[in-house]
Design a protein around this ligand. Structure first.
Ligand code: NI
Length: 248
């Protein structure tokens, strides 16, 4: 009986070890799988979204230029916008400016310069009003008034609007024949005075056909925008107006 008991005990111990071994292997296996699945899955998603972007842009030929758009809201500012325009000119970059009617009226010379240097000018309402349920008529009036201010300076019709805070009513598109332009990268440049930090956020996220939201109303934003241009041009990007991203 003692031998039998000893044999059973040994058998149990061996089985126990075997089970433990298999279990641990499985644990390690799972852990590795999770590790591999994590970034792997993300990679696949990124690849898919890149394909969609390329399909959207109608550009699947990798030898063609990679387009990206810089947009600037809230200006023109009497000194920072001119500073920005100088920097963009030096670098051969065309951008899109969504100006308020109020600021455009104060600085028509800067609006004229934007047009002459090949930038696209859009509407950002007259007083930077946010569309709400109870102010639709006022918002609409501000869009119309701002179009009038810009057209008086440039002689051209305004087709694009960036609604402040991104709130929009699709009915305006047919009512006013205006097209809203939102964004895909927002570095929140207005809440930081560190140009390198703002530029870093943009460069890190940038992909083909992105629309970058910045403001020409702060010195650090202007510095950051020019840094972004230098870094992304070095990576092979071409800066275009939003029109070229949306309709080419
Ligand atoms: Ni704004």
């Amino acid at each position: 009986m003692k031998r039998l008991a000893a044999a059973i005990l040994i058998f149990d111990v061996v089985m126990g070890l075997l089970i433990l071994c298999v279990y641990e292997n499985k644990q390690v296996g799972n852990w590795v799988n999770e590790e591999q699945n994590g970034p792997g899955t993300q990679g696949a998603q990124t690849a898919v979204s890149k394909d969609i972007r390329q399909a959207d842009g109608g550009n699947v030929d990798s030898t063609e230029e990679k387009k990206i758009a810089l947009t600037f809201d809230d200006g023109p500012h009497p000194s920072y916008t001119e500073q920005l325009l100088d920097g963009l000119k030096e670098r051969g970059v065309h951008a899109t400016f969504f100006v308020t009617g109020e600021h455009a009226k104060l600085h028509p010379d800067i609006i004229k310069r934007m047009q002459e240097e090949g930038h696209l000018i859009g509407n950002h309402t007259y007083s930077h009003i946010q569309l709400r349920k109870n102010n639709r008529d006022q918002f609409r009036e501000e869009l119309i008034l701002t179009n009038k201010v810009i057209t008086e300076i440039t002689g051209e019709e305004v087709q694009y609007v960036r609604p402040p805070y991104g709130t929009w009513d699709k009915k305006f598109e047919t009512e006013l024949n205006m097209f809203p332009v939102l964004w895909t990268i927002d570095p929140l440049d207005w809440c930081s005075s560190n140009a390198d930090c703002i530029a870093g956020k943009v460069v890190e996220k940038a992909q083909e056909n992105d629309i970058i939201l910045m403001h020409d109303y702060y010195e650090s934003s202007v510095e950051a925008a020019l840094e972004v241009v230098d870094e992304l041009q070095a990576k092979g990007y071409t800066f275009v107006t939003v029109e070229e991203i949306l309709f080419d």
